[in-house]
Ligand binder design. Structure first.
Ligand code: 5GP
Length: 193
């Protein structure tokens, strides 16, 4: 693929600390489709959480499988997230799937991965989702109730680090109110079409 914008696939990247309400935003955008969106399903080496399904939430795979795909050039980007030794990555096949439908490939990935995609495709539309305050963020993380204290503390530290990358995104949206944030993102998307 070349480097001009017309040859670039349409890629929408949403990042934000876990607990920023990203999951709900993604779900709602996919339901509402303000513009045609195809959610990229990431590959990961982490274990499925309760209620998560293989090939729906993630392509869950063991590390040797992930590394084999990596070596075979099957990933647009990948990153080791949370220093837990878990790898996450976007498969080219996911971007192709969206392009075939003339839709945006919707990537919900971390800041490191986002920057790698932007390096490759500078016209990618990047949105950073922020919480109104760190207190709200911590509360949401706790309310989710899926992680132990050590994990929560680690995620808070990661979130602080992630927030420092917000300025590298084309848009920053504060998730103070779900409907308002969705409206703002929808308008950003509609303005690109
Ligand atoms: P979780 O384990 O909570 O589902 O996701 C942890 C983090 O991994 C989130 O910040 C999410 O954005 C990031 N992530 C999920 N999929 C990918 C991916 O394909 N690539 C990268 N770089 N990060 C991802």
């Amino acid at each position: 693929m070349g480097s001009s914008s017309s040859e670039e696939p349409k890629i929408l990247i949403l990042s934000g600390p876990s607990g920023s309400g990203k999951t709900t935003i993604v779900k709602e955008l996919m339901a509402r489709q303000p513009v045609p969106l195809v959610k990229s399903i990431s590959a990961t080496t982490r274990s499925p959480r309760q209620h998560e399904e293989d090939k729906l939430d993630y392509y869950f795979m063991d590390r040797p499988t992930f590394e084999r795909k990596l070596a075979a050039g099957e990933f647009l980007e990948h990153a080791e997230v949370f220093q837990t030794g878990n790898l996450y990555g976007t498969l080219w096949t996911e971007v192709d799937r969206a392009a075939r439908l003339n839709a945006w490939a919707f990537l919900e990935i971390d800041v490191e991965g986002a920057m790698k995609v932007v390096e490759r495709y500078p016209h990618s539309l990047t949105i950073f989702l922020k919480t109104p305050s760190e207190d709200v963020y911590e509360q949401r993380l706790r309310n989710r109730g899926t992680e132990d204290e050590e994990t929560i503390q680690r995620r808070l530290a990661i979130a602080r680090r992630e927030l420092s990358f917000a300025d590298d995104y084309r848009y920053q949206v504060v998730n103070d109110d779900l409907e308002r944030a969705l409206d703002e993102i929808s308008k950003i998307l509609l303005a690109q079409e």
